[in-house]
Design a protein around this ligand. Structure first.
Ligand code: MIC
Ligand code: SF4
Length: 645
């Protein structure tokens, strides 16, 4: 039996474990990326690891998230990242150069290599045949220090794409269709591997839109073969030498096969407040629109924005709509400027932002109260845009642009515009905003501003764990709810004590106060707890507030890893109906925790308030167990360093 592409990529990098779905495997990481909102913490952790230079083939530090500089904080963090990158052998992509995933695809990604990034949308680079995985900053720091990355061997799902997209139906609609079918937890523990006749018609940026939003399915990653289309893209980026042909063996086996006939699709939208709440644009109908935001790592490529420019050319944005466009990279922006398309956007009334994440992470452009905002982004969680009462719909750039003109949600198939934008034979290449690392001999001073506070550290696990249920949450709680991010809070990503005042406040404004009054406690949650972002702040901040354990029906992959790395115990209900019995403020107690965790069996959690007990499970691998017992991964790394010296 041959291998599928995912198995081939894993096999090439496997340093530990067996490729059996569900088993723990360790893989060697070739490339890493960080962005600034998770990067500061990752580099503080890297500094604690006592190495001189990164051990990867390539590491890049991007600044793309914290771009508003209302005070000194963001600028200080940029300077810290720039100097620490220079010192440790890391390329630095300056603010304004673009969104990490887009720039990485353009300038650095290499088919066949592994990429670990401190951002959940790192799988974007699966669009050129990389094994690209999102992780917490500490895991990325460890990979930079040369350590393997440990993960659960995923199941591999073949997504067979047949037929051809009709005009005005897009790659975004393909991935929204998958979300409609599988939901936001449908991809947990899985890799989506794309194949089929339709691949010949899907350009690299379109493939990247699909792998990007695999994150919303909860998938470990998504991957496309590296074929002639990939070669053309890399050639146009002046990087043909990076190309390598990669595909699954003809007799490869898969755990499941999903088929999508592209000719049957039509424009789709994810309705508020979840990326899987998908409906046909035609069925939702002509609802009024107040804001349209085009950009993000999902849909801000040259071709995406050229199509938007074609739709807007000679028209005017509807008087009741604010249209804002954030290009994915400076390359995209420069090309639009050079060929006149930027002028078409500006003349139509679009508000042009710098190349970066911008409104996608609530860095400006918060909509008006109760506004309807159409966005080409990947997440529409409640409040993420900065306005709690706003309703965000996720759509393709074509639907967004058509709606911006009409003032109501518009099926772009009603347009009469030629949208055939060919892939450029040559992209405009200018890497002058990427600063290479310092030469070996140079002495580099790392600059740390006053906003950078030390990260919290746990203590080795105690024998008994006791605490009150400080909050009881439902299903699919996002990291945006656990640790909100917006223009006011992002500047404090390197200041955990400050962020702690906002932990879980979208769910209950009193949570931080409760944690303080009760000296910490436990969190109870439903399915898929911690979906969304890779931010380890969603674990570090609860750790700072004294959270000892999270009892949930299920966890999202990256957040579970971040909890373990912080020494917080992730427990799952053996009998999910026992979740119903638990009440806020119940006092819970687990005796003899280390022994129980070591035995790997069920764990009895006593409810001292109600006088009953629950059965929970904590399925940890040997490595995870060691981390939890030590009180977190940093303690383990420090312990190993002490032993070495
Ligand atoms: C996001 O899209 O939620 C982010 C902001 O890019 C996060 C990273 C972060 O919280 O800094 C992600 O996706 O991992
Ligand atoms: Fe940036 Fe949005 Fe992409 Fe996250 S999802 S990396 S905030 S553009």
């Amino acid at each position: 039996m041959g291998l599928n592409l995912t198995q081939k990529l894993i096999k090439l990098h496997l340093v530990d474990g067996k490729m059996i779905p569900g088993a723990e495997i360790g893989i060697q990481i070739d490339q890493t990326l960080t962005q600034d909102s998770t990067g500061t913490m990752a580099y503080l952790q890297l500094e604690a690891m006592d190495i001189d230079k990164v051990k990867t083939k390539l590491s890049v530090a991007y600044v793309d998230h914290n771009m508003l500089q209302e005070g000194f904080e963001n600028a200080d963090d940029h300077l810290y990242i720039q100097t620490v990158a220079r010192k440790f052998g890391i390329h630095f992509s300056r603010p304004g150069n673009g969104i990490c995933h887009q720039v990485h695809l353009e300038r650095f990604g290499v088919p066949g290599q592994t990429l670990l990034g401190s951002d959940s949308h790192t799988p974007t680079n699966g669009g050129i045949g990389m094994l690209a995985i999102g992780a917490g900053g500490l895991d990325v720091a460890a990979a930079m220090a040369g350590q393997p990355y440990y993960l659960t061997m995923p199941e591999v799902i073949k997504v067979e794409l047949t037929g051809k997209l009709a005009p005005f139906v897009t790659a975004k609609d393909i991935v929204l269709e998958l979300l409609r079918r599988l939901t936001v937890k449908g991809g947990v523990g899985k890799v989506f591997e794309y194949s089929g006749d339709a691949l010949a018609y899907l350009s690299v940026p379109e493939r990247a839109t699909i792998t990007n939003m695999g994150a919303e399915l909860g998938a470990t990653t998504s991957v496309f073969p590296s074929d002639g289309v990939t070669c053309d893209f890399l050639r146009a980026q002046g990087r043909e030498s990076a190309w390598l042909e990669l595909e699954a063996d003809p007799d490869a086996a898969y755990d499941q096969v999903i088929t999508i006939d592209l000719s049957q699709l039509e424009p789709l939208a994810a309705k508020p407040h979840s990326p899987d709440n998908v409906e046909k644009v035609r069925i939702i109908g002509e609802i009024k629109v107040d804001q349209v935001a085009i950009g993000s790592c999902t849909n801000s490529s040259y071709q995406d924005l050229m199509k938007v420019a074609r739709i807007l050319k000679g028209k005017t944005v509807h008087p009741k709509v604010s249209l804002v466009i954030s290009p994915g990279s400076r390359q995209v922006l420069a090309m639009l400027a050079a060929n006149g398309a930027l002028a078409d956007l500006i003349n139509a009334g679009a508000r042009i932002l710098e190349a970066g994440c911008g409104p996608c992470i609530g860095m400006g452009q918060a909509p008006a109260s109760n506004a309807i905002s159409l966005r080409t982004f990947n997440r529409n969680f409640k409040g993420r845009c900065g306005t709690l009462s706003a309703e965000v719909y996720l759509v393709s750039p074509e639907t967004a642009a058509a709606s911006a003109i009409m003032g109501v949600l518009t099926d772009p198939r009603s347009l009469d515009v030629d949208l055939d934008v060919p892939m450029p034979e040559q992209f405009l290449i200018n890497d002058n905003m990427i600063i290479p690392p310092a030469p070996e001999s140079a002495v580099v001073e790392v600059i740390r501003g006053p906003n950078i506070k030390p990260f919290p550290q746990n203590v080795p696990l105690a024998d008994g764990v006791a605490g009150k249920v400080l909050i009881k949450l439902g299903d699919n709680i996002t990291t945006d709810q656990i640790m909100p991010s917006n223009a006011k809070l992002l500047p404090f990503r390197s200041n955990i004590p400050y962020l702690a005042q906002y932990c879980l406040t979208p769910c209950n404004p009193k949570f931080p106060q409760r944690a303080e009054e009760h000296g910490g406690g436990v969190i109870v949650a439903g399915e898929n707890y911690g979906q969304g972002s890779s931010r380890e702040h969603a674990a570090l901040v609860p750790l700072y507030l004294g959270i000892k354990a999270v009892l949930a029906k299920g966890f999202a992959r990256i957040h579970r890893a971040n909890l373990i790395n912080s020494g917080i115990i992730p427990l799952t209900f053996v009998d999910p109906s026992q979740y119903d019995q638990l009440q806020e403020f119940d006092l819970l107690e687990i005796e003899d925790v280390p022994t129980k965790l070591r035995s790997g069996g069920e764990i009895v959690v006593k409810n001292k308030t109600q006088g009953c007990a629950y059965r929970l499970r904590c399925e940890l691998t040997d490595k995870e167990l060691t981390v939890v017992l030590m009180g977190g991964k940093i303690n383990l790394i420090k312990h190993k360093l002490r032993e070495k010296n």
